[in-house]
Design a protein around this ligand. Structure first.
Ligand code: ATP
Ligand code: DNN
Ligand code: MG
Length: 225
């Protein structure tokens, strides 16, 4: 059974995928079989193998094991929308059992598994379920990626509160400097270090071409991992 985490973000478009891939490269320095997973993806691109999701393509490039797409991306919805809308427009419903079965099998095939959620923590998956319900069903400790930009303090603290309100564990957080014009970044980072109540796993710099392999150097993972 692998160790594993569920990666959540302060929002969509804040670089969860880059942070997930950098974490995968960092874990690959300690573990042989490391794999990324996007259980629910909304938005696909045509590839020679058919429809694929760009997050999954990035995860596969940062993973040390290759599994079939039904395992590392069991639910792929074509349109880049909130998953509840993408599912409805595809005439389907998101099945937690499908995701849980894939995670269970992946955990037997890997030493470290990193699962990237869609959007932010409370992203709707149906009229009645959200990403928080999926996180609770998976039961994995959470890693919060904070897109460092104005507004992130509120978003990060709200997300941490929502995680803890469900009895889930926030194992660590990753600062991702997505805005090169963000004023007082060090002071904002310092505030979150003091108030988020979880260890900072990495501080990832802004880059016009983010390189997850290079950013693996920036991780300060607990020794137990
Ligand atoms: N450190 C960084 N510096 C500069 N740009 C970055 C950085 N990290 C991510 N980006 C860019 O930010 C954009 C948004 O990232 P992306 O869409 O992958 O976010 P996400 O949180 O994974 O979203 P989703 O909810 O769709 O999974 C991408 O174009 C990505 O290349
Ligand atoms: C399509 C996008 N890239 C993400 N996968 C899904 C983001 C959904 C956000 C929904 C919302 O919170 O308003
Ligand atoms: Mg992503």
């Amino acid at each position: 059974m692998s160790i594993g985490w569920f990666v959540v973000g302060t929002d969509t478009g804040i670089g969860k995928t880059h942070a997930t891939c950098a974490l995968l490269h960092a874990l690959a320095r300690r573990h042989a079989r490391v794999c990324g997973m996007k259980p629910i993806a909304a938005g696909g691109v045509q590839t020679p193998d058919g429809l694929s999701n760009e997050d999954s393509i990035a995860h596969r490039a940062a993973s040390t094991v290759r599994v079939r797409p039904e395992l590392d991306n069991p639910i792929l919805l074509p349109e880049p929308l909130s998953p509840h809308l993408a599912a409805a427009r595809a005439g389907t419903a998101i099945s937690f059992d499908t995701v849980l079965d894939a995670v269970t099998e992946l955990r037997t095939r890997t030493d470290a598994l990193v699962v990237e959620g869609a959007g932010g923590f409370l992203v709707p998956l149906s009229e009645t379920q959200t990403g928080a319900d999926l996180a609770a069903a998976l039961g994995l400790p959470l890693v919060l990626v904070v897109g460092m930009r104005l507004g992130c303090l509120n978003h990060a603290l709200l997300t941490a509160e929502a995680i803890r309100a469900r009895g889930l564990a926030l194992a660590g957080w990753i600062a991702n400097r997505v805005d090169p014009d963000f004023l007082c970044p060090e002071e904002n980072l310092a505030y979150l270090r003091t108030h988020l109540g979880a260890p900072l796993w990495a501080d990832l710099p802004f880059s016009a071409r983010p390189d997850p392999r290079a950013d693996a150097d920036r991780f300060m993972l607990p020794d137990v991992l």
